[in-house]
Design a protein around this ligand. Structure first.
Ligand code: HEM
Length: 140
């Protein structure tokens, strides 16, 4: 049987390292970081790890909101979505994830674009609307 994407990515430790690098890359990226000004980064990091792990066939369960609910009212543009994908590709390449696996990761995430983008524009660096309601911080 073909190994799962989860195993080929190197399991939970590799996925965690990739998500943390990606999160820090996004935080430095002025094309998109304004959207995260009110976000609890601890929660976001855990949710991204669980989402990628589960989507890759790993032993995790994503417990966050749907992509539509999480991004509703955020005013994300197509240009900002593409910027985030470019950051992800940069991280995957830095971690020497193979082209096949990169394609599979993007194949899972690409279709979510329709649930996330609200503004059909190439503009980047647009602010988070004051009306956006962030998720509550994780209680541990
Ligand atoms: C394929 C692309 C994307 C995926 C898979 C994704 C995934 C996620 C996930 C799993 C969460 C956590 C939801 C929760 O806490 O319940 C989240 C939250 C968030 N996403 Fe995305 N996202 C994507 C694209 C984007 C883009 C393009 C932006 C903005 C430029 C963005 C901005 C945010 C922000 C600001 C939050 C935090 C919301 C809060 O404060 O509660 N996301 N995303």
């Amino acid at each position: 049987m073909e190994r799962s994407l989860y195993d080929r990515l190197g399991g939970i430790d590799s996925i965690t390292a990739v998500v943390e690098d990606f999160r820090d890359r996004v935080a430095r990226d002025d094309r998109i970081n304004q959207k995260f000004v009110r976000t609890d980064l601890g929660r976001l990091t855990k949710m991204l790890i669980d989402q990628v792990c589960q989507a890759a066939g790993g032993p995790c369960t994503y417990t966050g909101r749907t992509m539509k609910a999480a991004h509703a009212g955020m005013g994300v543009t197509s240009g900002e979505f593409d910027a985030l994908v470019a950051d992800l590709v940069a991280t995957l390449s830095q971690f020497k994830v193979g082209k096949t696996e990169q394609g599979e990761v993007l194949g899972v995430l690409g279709p979510l674009k329709a649930d996330i983008v609200e503004v059909d524009s190439s503009a980047v660096g647009t602010p988070l609307p004051p009306t956006y309601q962030p998720a509550p911080a994780l209680v541990r």
